[in-house]
Design a binder for this molecule. Structure first.
Ligand SMILES: Nc1ncnc2c1ncn2[C@@H]1O[C@H](COP(=O)(O)OP(=O)(O)OP(=O)(O)O)[C@@H](O)[C@H]1O
Ligand SMILES: [Mg+2]
Length: 246
């Protein structure tokens, strides 16, 4: 490992489009604003979203001696995404499943964030397979405190996928910090879900009309409106309690 990392927060679930990437960015920006040293890694190798959502324009640098030097956002957060490896934004890598685990593990070992990191935020694809398990393996090997935050919409199809993600986290014996309900548009169903699954409930975020445009423009600390922060901050407070205890 090139950079000392104190904590890893993994956002995840089994379903696509529920707000994992947005929530990862909002956590990273909030922690950075509070003065923590923050970095992000996009483990969504087939549909990376961090470069767009953070309006990343820089390129990867580094070499055998320095390791991998990822570009930084306007708020000075280093962000690795495999999209930065491509010269053309619309081109994909034809991934074979058996390469994903070693790509993520090797990348994490060789990333150089330019200084110690308090919180590494991992954005995950919709998956209960390789990407989250590769991150757990890296965290365990390097004795880094880590935990999962699952994001769910309050609908049956999403809740069903979230229960699979809960099962994945339990099977790996990794800590589950809790579940966040996103795009709430009516009655909340996560508190009941969390009770049934016996997992912590972290909070709910409603559907906020400004968010899609803000994501398209590129999120930065100064662009997050109070209407968004008021929902995010209590959730982040609960996440920090997990990392600060013991
Ligand atoms: N609370 C919200 N209010 C309004 N729009 C939202 C909210 N949460 C997410 N969105 C929008 O939904 C879209 C999808 O969000 P996002 O990319 O974060 O989902 P995802 O779970 O990471 O998707 P994928 O599984 O493809 O990685 C984004 O355009 C984002 O702006
Ligand atoms: Mg995503």
């Amino acid at each position: 490992m090139r950079t000392k990392i104190k904590n890893i927060i993994i956002t995840s679930t089994a379903k696509g489009g529920v707000g994992k990437t947005l929530f990862s960015c909002l956590i990273a920006l909030s922690l950075k604003k509070k003065g923590y040293r923050v970095a992000m890694v996009d483990t969504d190798l087939m549909g990376p979203s961090l470069p767009n959502m953070l309006n990343l324009t820089g390129k990867l640098g580094g070499g055998p001696v320095e390791g991998i030097l990822p570009p930084r956002t306007v708020d000075d957060i280093p962000v690795f995404s495999n999209e930065e490896l491509m010269n053309v934004k619309s081109t994909c890598v034809m991934w074979r499943d058996d390469r994903i685990d070693s790509f993520i593990s090797n990348t994490l070992e060789h990333l150089n964030f330019g200084g110690d990191i308090d919180y590494l935020i991992i954005d995950s694809p919709p998956s209960t397979g390789c990407p989250p398990q590769a991150v757990i393996g890296f965290a365990r090997k390097n004795r880094i405190k880590h935990g999962f935050v699952l994001i769910s919409e309050p609908y049956k199809v999403s809740l069903n996928s979230t229960s699979k993600a809960v099962s994945m986290v339990h099977n790996t014996k990794a800590p589950l910090i809790g579940v966040v309900e996103n795009k709430l548009n009516g009655m909340s169903r996560i508190t009941q879900f969390c009770k049934e699954q016996r997992v912590p409930y972290l909070g709910s975020i409603p559907y906020i009309h400004e968010l899609p445009q803000l994501c398209d423009d590129g999120l930065r600390i100064s662009s997050i409106p109070e209407s968004v922060s008021s929902y995010i901050e209590p959730i982040i407070h609960r996440i920090l309690l997990f990392y600060e205890e013991g």
